[in-house]
Write a protein that binds this ligand. Structure first.
Ligand code: TYD
Length: 394
């Protein structure tokens, strides 16, 4: 019997983080983006992982503090962690530019960040940062130098790490006996609900369901005891774990509620993924049609937010510079470059110019923030194109 089933092929895809300096570079790297369901663990993952050093290096473009919504969310979370767990030490795996960990200056705060350009930002700000990948080896080094840690936090990072068994074992090793591990990652239930197939790209080796996480962490000494649903990244879960050896764990009812809901949705069976695959293929056809109809009418279309997610959509649907004139984006490391694979120029965000009536919403996860900001554009009849939950003009 097959232990893995492939359910979707999203075609040839570039490294989402590889924003190009030149429009048509020689030797741009592409890989085959296929998705599989693991029958045993119930995990959903890429069929073949991309080598980490191709993605997480000194050119890494994403700046967590670039979004006001996210900065605010991290500051709120820091307050809540201090109140709820009163940690004396905290470690963040994937500390990016320090947007979260900087809120813990009064206690021992540590960062792990393999992208050297980002690690140097937090090092300069005085944070002890280990500029390496999260492994058992680095966990040993951290514990040797700092002792065990009270809280480990990791947002949008664990789903990037290929070897989950080692990852969770290293977390268990690093945690203090009464310690708490908090994991935050996009939710598979939300992906299925929103048909947001763009959550799948090179970096997202996995998109987690609660059921799959429960299955794989129980082998590694961690037990989930609470879950919060978040709006970030188009729908995420914040999951709280303690060490299984901790005999005082009270598991919230929320955990079983999630598991029951997932079972009802059929998340542990292949059928739900095969249905999703059909819907994604339809979504592609509809989105291409929207663009082609607008182009027939000689409309100029631009993109808003050159997200990693949009890279999957643009490459899967072959929406290149013929369809989208340029992207507007606020991230300095993307500005002046070209989108990977589809080679659309990215310009520094400014007011949407008056000759534009249609804007593709690359950053659909910030729809509310963007619609608020672009009231004038909407008032003058400007429209957004979004593929989530199905392709439409808003
Ligand atoms: P992000 O949410 O990190 O998505 P992904 O992980 O898929 O890349 O990226 C959001 C991008 O959108 C980022 O490059 C900044 C950009 N952006 C704007 O240009 N203007 C805005 O108002 C917002 C909210 C985001």
């Amino acid at each position: 019997m097959k232990t893995k089933v492939q359910f979707l092929d999203l075609g040839k895809q570039p490294i989402t983080n590889n924003f190009l300096i030149k429009k048509n570079p020689k030797n741009e790297f592409f890989y085959s983006l296929k998705l599989i369901f693991h029958k045993g663990s119930k995990l959903v993952s890429l069929a073949k992982f991309v080598p980490p050093k191709k993605m997480f290096n000194e050119r890494y473009a994403h700046r967590a503090s670039a979004s006001k919504t996210m900065s605010l969310a991290y500051s709120k979370l820091a307050k809540s962690i201090k109140k709820r767990f009163k940690p004396k030490s905290i470690l963040e795996i994937g500390s990016n530019d320090g947007v979260f960990i900087k809120h813990f200056k009064k206690i021992k705060n540590l960062g792990v960040e393999p992208c050297k350009n980002l690690a140097s930002i937090t090092k300069q700000a005085g944070l002890k940062t280990y500029d390496e990948f999260w492994t058992q080896k680095i966990a040993k080094k951290i514990v040797n130098q700092n002792g065990k840690v009270d809280v480990i936090y990791s947002a949008n990072t664990i789903s990037h790490i290929h070897n989950l068994n080692e990852t969770f074992k290293a977390i268990d090793y690093t945690l203090h006996e009464n310690g708490v591990f908090i994991l935050e990652d996009p939710s598979l239930v939300e992906v299925l609900k929103n048909k947001s197939y763009d959550q799948f790209y090179d970096e997202h080796a996995y998109v987690f369901s609660i059921s799959a996480l429960k299955n794989i962490t129980k082998e590694t000494g961690l037990k989930m005891f609470d879950i919060e649903k978040l709006k970030t990244h188009g729908g995420s879960n914040r999951i709280y774990f303690k060490k299984t050896s901790n005999k005082k764990i009270r598991v919230s009812k929320v955990v079983s509620d999630h598991l029951i809901k997932e079972k009802k949705l059929g998340i542990n069976k292949i059928k739900v993924y095969k249905d999703f695959s059909k819907e994604v293929k339809n979504s592609k056809k509809k989105l291409i049609k929207i663009f082609e109809n607008l182009k027939k009418n000689k409309e100029k279309i631009i993109g808003y937010g050159a997200t990693y997610k949009s890279s999957t959509v643009l490459n899967y649907c072959n929406l290149n510079n013929k369809y989208i004139d340029y992207f507007l984006d606020t991230t300095p490391t993307k500005i002046g470059k070209f989108t990977p694979g589809t080679h659309i120029p990215i310009f520094k965000y400014k007011k949407i110019s008056d000759d534009i009536r249609y804007v593709f919403l690359g950053a659909w996860n910030f729809k509310d923030e963007i619609f608020k900001k672009e009231k004038k554009f909407i008032k003058r009849g400007g429209k957004f194109i979004s593929h989530v939950p199905y392709p439409k003009i808003i």
